[in-house]
Ligand binder design. Structure first.
Ligand SMILES: *[C@@H]1O[C@H](CO)[C@@H](O)[C@H](O)[C@H]1NC(C)=O
Ligand SMILES: *[C@@H]1O[C@H](CO)[C@@H](O)[C@H](O)[C@H]1NC(C)=O
Ligand SMILES: *[C@@H]1O[C@H](CO)[C@@H](O)[C@H](O)[C@H]1NC(C)=O
Ligand SMILES: *[C@@H]1O[C@H](CO)[C@@H](O)[C@H](O)[C@H]1NC(C)=O
Ligand SMILES: *[C@@H]1O[C@H](CO)[C@@H](O)[C@H](O)[C@H]1NC(C)=O
Ligand SMILES: *[C@@H]1O[C@H](CO)[C@@H](O)[C@H](O)[C@H]1NC(C)=O
Ligand SMILES: *[C@@H]1O[C@H](CO)[C@@H](O)[C@H](O)[C@H]1NC(C)=O
Ligand SMILES: *[C@@H]1O[C@H](CO)[C@@H](O)[C@H](O)[C@H]1NC(C)=O
Length: 760
């Protein structure tokens, strides 16, 4: 408990220290292959520089969305449409659909006798853009000034103000409110304007302190500091003006009728430009990018967890499509958004609390120096938490906490433990490798040897089933079933930890020695025992386990042998998590071809009777020493099950029985087992015996065999070779060829705890 509290404290500290996050600077999003910058200006599509291409900007070459880049200046200057418009763009905003341009004001200057010495005009003619009425104002400066802004569009209008002042002392610094300076607001949807200035008396009376009249439109954020010096002669600079833009002269509704020309791409919303006509595209909430582009520059899901601190600082953040989720790390509870997470606890102890805080303070000091390390670790921890959750860890915890009894049975390992156990998944520890997973030999801290299976695929939609199954399998405690010890859910794909079975697979012993059976399995008695043990295990899974479990992948590579050559069935049930649709059938079947229930091709369902069929094939393998499928043989003789069944039918089964196991004493037993095998291999599931019946029959025969001591006269005496092997094994637990028995029994490929080929 103290531990969890300390954990919480370090979380708080680490999260607080790393709380400030940087917002991502988005790059300009222009069309692929089009220049995205002119000087300091980012040019997002639908704007674009043509450079001879029509598609860089919306509407082609003749449109106002073209940016003309004049690179004769430094930095280069960007102009809307073309440089002769003089509309010098300095910022294009996608969020507000605004363009900021720099504009001259208008002025008129006089000499003391009232003649005009200088006149500058100012005006704008915009295509489909308009001057923002809310973000700009009109200013006039002078003491004998009439300034007018008139728009010449359809509706003629005129606005402006008149200024008269007699003495500079009347002017109030900083106040543009009627004396020497006035301002006016702009009408909405103004696409064209022209500023005109006139004077009543041509500044003759005010010439000594105000020789010129000025008028201009400027953005609200232009910090115009009016003062007496402005009257003397304003600094001649350009003022920013905010323009609004929209695309196509249609409403959203009209535009959406033609999706080929509709400008808004994936994950966008459309809005009508309030007054000016046209519409605007926006990324939906939770997305960012350029709504006018599709693909990676278009509206993409925002990883809220990276760009802002959305969750409470003690909580974890998980990005989701269009949104995000806050949750508490494992071992903590709370909602995580506005309220923090607290350690899940059973009791409260103020001393412990105080101690926790004290230690926490020490931790804080430590933390400061270890911050960099901490941040790196945090990422890894976050990742582990995420995997743990994705892999159903919470569900597993739930199940485990409901049933205390599981706790001893199933152990939840951490990534660290398994990394250590496998020497960081060292290649030398690989026991088996196949299309769908890798099995490593692991040595735990307490020197216990385990097999760690790292799957390559997991069907995410079936995580709950997976967890249920892990719990059920962990409860199976049968001497002929490979035990599931635990799992680790903190990696992207869950790791399963199994009992280590040291002596390889039945298939290896039967087939791997150039057709010479391994000494230990050359006797009839040994084979009968393996058959009986396997049948017993399957029968247990079918009818005696907590819930009926169909193995689904019984085959000789899934039957492991321990150092006493006791059979252990592995990889049971796990294949239930395999994809179930027919499209994947071919890949699914590859590994198990030769064992697969023929009924499966019609029903696509594997039942207990399918296990019986597969077991029949294993029995046939034990009897004949042949492989379930031998591609080297002519097509007719390729499939053992067919060859075997027809041999039994034609009563010539002794012809195909492995000669090494036959002697006068056991022919009847062998015949009996062959008949049993052929019953297991019936095409129709209902004609096959149950696993229980098979197991009882085999056990009965085994008992009888044991009562016939003369069978030990068999040249390849099982008991003897077993003894020798056991001895060798103790001396050389991991390696080497063992020649003591005279057979070339390689133990190098020891143990493949589950048919790696068919792992999930
Ligand atoms: C300026 O632009 C023209 C054409 O747009 C190009 O040919 C020229 O190389 C550019 N000059 C510089 C200095 O970038
Ligand atoms: C610039 O644009 C204006 C208005 O769009 C047009 O009348 C003029 O011909 C253009 N000039 C050049 C050089 O393209
Ligand atoms: C003002 O300008 C007019 C016309 O250019 C000129 O005739 C007159 O002499 C000027 N007055 C003064 C005081 O410079
Ligand atoms: C706009 O100003 C010009 C003179 O600068 C004037 O001739 C014209 O009548 C004005 N237009 C309107 C609509 O007021
Ligand atoms: C107004 O400001 C100018 C300089 O900005 C200064 O010279 C002048 O004295 C000020 N006038 C008053 C009345 O404060
Ligand atoms: C106005 O005055 C403020 C502070 O005095 C200054 O930062 C700003 O640049 C001035 N604005 C202009 C347009 O000169
Ligand atoms: C839709 O827009 C495309 C491209 O602008 C145009 O070629 C097509 O004729 C339009 N279709 C309709 C039905 O208006
Ligand atoms: C976009 O539209 C969806 C539904 O069409 C709506 O729920 C959402 O609030 C809109 N988002 C924005 C940013 O307009």
């Amino acid at each position: 408990m103290l531990n969890t509290r300390l954990l919480l404290l370090s979380w708080v500290i680490i999260m607080a220290l790393s709380g400030s996050t940087l917002l991502l600077q988005l790059a300009a999003q222009s069309r692929p292959g089009c220049r995205s910058r002119c000087g300091n200006l980012n040019i997002p599509y639908p704007f674009g520089m043509t450079e001879g291409r029509r598609d860089c900007s919306y509407g082609g070459l003749s449109n106002t969305f073209v940016i003309d880049c004049d690179n004769s200046t430094d930095p280069p200057s960007a102009y809307i449409a073309n440089r002769s418009t003089g509309l010098n763009a300095v910022d294009i905003s996608m969020d507000n659909h605004e363009i900021r341009i720099m504009m001259n004001g208008a002025r008129e200057c006089y000499n003391s006798s009232g003649a005009v010495t200088r006149r500058t005009r100012s005006g704008i003619t915009l295509g489909i853009f308009s001057v923002s009425s809310t973000k700009n104002r009109f200013f006039a400066v002078g003491c004998d000034t009439q300034a007018t802004l008139n728009g010449t569009e359809n509706r003629g209008f005129s606005t402006g103000c008149t200024l008269q002042c007699k003495s500079i002392t009347d002017v109030i610094n900083g106040s543009c409110s009627g004396i020497g300076c006035c301002q006016a607001s702009l009408p909405i949807n103004m696409r064209t304007y022209e500023i005109s200035i006139s004077s009543y008396d041509n500044h003759r009376l005010v010439h000594d302190f105000n020789p010129c009249s000025f008028a201009f439109v400027a953005a609200n954020d232009y910090d115009f500091n009016f003062s007496t010096t402005s009257l003397m002669g304003m600094a001649w600079e350009r003022m920013p003006v905010v323009l609004e833009w929209a695309v196509e002269a249609k409403t959203c509704e009209e535009a959406q009728k033609n999706m080929t020309s509709y400008m808004c791409k994936e994950n966008t919303n459309c809005s009508d430009a309030a007054h000016s006509g046209g519409y605007r595209c926006h990324c939906k909430e939770g997305y960012q990018g350029n709504p006018y582009l599709s693909g990676p520059d278009g509206c993409q899901d925002i990883d809220e967890c990276k760009t802002a601190n959305r969750c409470h600082k003690t909580a974890l953040c998980e990005n989701q499509i269009g949104t995000y989720r806050c949750y508490c790390p494992h071992g903590f509870e709370g909602e995580g958004y506005t309220n923090g997470c607290v350690a899940r606890q059973k009791e409260n102890n103020s001393f412990e609390m105080a101690l926790g805080v004290a230690i926490g303070c020490l931790l804080l000091l430590l933390c400061a120096s270890l911050l960099a390390l901490g941040l790196r670790r945090r990422k890894a921890t976050k990742e582990r938490e995420k995997f743990f959750k994705d892999n159903g860890g919470l569900r597993l915890q739930n199940l485990l906490s409901q049933h205390q009894s599981y706790v001893e049975i199933l152990k939840v390992f951490t990534t660290g433990e398994l990394k250590r156990a496998t020497d960081n998944y060292n290649e030398s520890r690989i026991l088996g490798q196949g299309g769908q997973g890798t099995v490593y030999k692991g040595i735990m801290m307490n020197d216990r040897v385990v097999a760690i299976k790292k799957a390559r695929l997991l069907d995410r939609s079936q995580v709950n089933e997976f967890i249920n199954e892990v719990v059920v399998l962990s409860q199976i405690n049968h001497k002929n079933v490979v035990r599931l010890i635990g799992c680790c859910l903190e990696t992207e794909l869950p790791l399963l930890v199994y009992e280590f079975v040291s002596n390889g697979t039945l298939s290896q012993h039967l087939h791997d020695n150039d057709g010479q059976c391994s000494a230990s399995l050359c006797s009839w008695k040994a084979r009968l025992r393996v058959a009986a043990e396997t049948a017993g295990a399957l029968s247990y899974l079918h009818s005696e386990a907590a819930i009926a479990i169909v193995h689904r992948d019984v085959k000789s590579t899934n039957i492991l042998l321990d150092e006493n050559f006791t059979a252990k069935v592995s990889d049971f049930g796990a294949s239930r998590l395999m994809p179930s649709d027919k499209a994947q059938l071919s890949t699914l079947v590859q590994g198990t071809f030769g064992y697969l229930d023929p009924e499966y091709f019609h029903s696509s369902q594997l039942t207990e009777k399918s296990d019986v069929y597969s077991f029949g094939v294993v029995l046939a393998e034990l009897l004949t020493g042949m492989k379930a499928i031998s591609f080297a043989k002519p097509e007719k003789e390729r499939t053992l099950s067919l060859v075997f069944v027809s041999a039994v039918k034609e009563d010539r089964c002794l012809e195909i029985i492995d000669k090494r196991i036959i002697n006068e004493g056991n022919v009847d037993h062998i015949r009996e087992v062959a008949l049993l095998a052929s019953r297991c291999l019936k095409v129709r599931g209902q004609d096959r015996p149950s696993m229980k019946e098979v197991a009882l029959k085999l056990e009965g025969l085994l008992r009888k065999t044991k009562q016939q001591p003369w069978i030990h006269q068999d040249p390849s005496n099982f008991e003897e070779s077993e003894y020798l092997l056991r001895g060798s094994h103790v001396n050389y637990p991991d390696t080497g060829l063992i020649n003591t028995t005279g057979s070339r029994d390689t133990m190098k490929n020891q143990l493949i705890p589950f048919g790696v080929e068919d792992a999930r």
